[in-house]
Design a binder for this molecule. Structure first.
Ligand code: FE
Length: 224
């Protein structure tokens, strides 16, 4: 794939839904105003996503607009793990329920809309949901966080993540996760997940996942 796809400008949003007692949310970059009057919003969502299942079933969702003061912890809370495995709201307190009962995020966000789905379009791997805005709230004047702003100013730089100095050259090279920039340092290993200090990246079992974003070894790149 060429770089053209990255030249679209994207925002970043926390998409939330609620099915019975179960709350969930994820980060999306595709949300748009479809029409202004009446106010309709469209989102594109991967079918693999647990939130997709919930929206399909309930016909309701809420979009919280991430702003430039959002910190990386917020992206970690919603972006790098699945609601099938954890309840993302268990340890997340910066949220309130909107009129539709669905959580919206109150910190690191500048607006929210709640939507009742009117139409869905199956586009293969994803679904486009379009619907009428039932509630809208302007939260702060902080500019919206674009995908580009996230990449340049919020996502930690590999050097910043690993501030504790150089590893031992004898145990191999550091590898960086291309999703979240976590650095695997063989001198330290990942003892919390069964990888003792001194383990070369190449020798880590294939089912090991990034301790931050839970993606597999295949997304890691050797550090220069
Ligand atoms: Fe990662």
């Amino acid at each position: 794939m060429s770089n053209v796809i990255f030249k679209f400008s994207y925002g970043l949003y926390v998409l939330t839904a609620k099915d019975g007692d179960k709350d969930n949310g994820c980060i999306i970059n595709t949300a748009m105003q479809a029409t202004a009057d009446p106010f309709k919003v469209a989102i594109t969502l991967n079918k693999q996503n647990y939130t997709h299942e919930m929206i399909e079933k309930t016909g309701k969702f809420t979009v919280s607009f991430l702003s430039e003061d959002a910190d990386f912890e917020l992206f970690k809370a919603f972006g790098f793990r699945s609601g099938r495995d954890v309840n993302k709201f268990d340890d997340f307190k910066d949220c309130k329920r909107g009129e539709n009962g669905i959580y919206y995020v109150t910190k690191g966000t500048n607006a929210m809309v709640s939507v009742d789905v009117e139409q869905t379009l199956d586009i293969g791997t994803h679904t486009i949901f379009v619907g009428k805005v039932t509630q809208e709230m302007d939260l702060t004047d902080v500019p919206s966080c674009t995908y580009n702003y996230y990449q340049t100013s919020i996502k930690p730089k590999p050097a910043a993540v690993n501030v504790e100095g150089e590893g031992d050259e004898n145990v191999g090279e550091k590898w960086v996760c291309s999703i979240c920039n976590y650095v695997y340092d063989p001198a330290k290993g990942d003892p919390e997940h069964g990888i003792p200090a001194g383990t070369k990246f190449e020798d880590i079992p294939e089912d090991w996942v990034c301790p931050i974003c839970k993606h597999g070894k295949e997304v890691f790149k050797k550090m220069e």
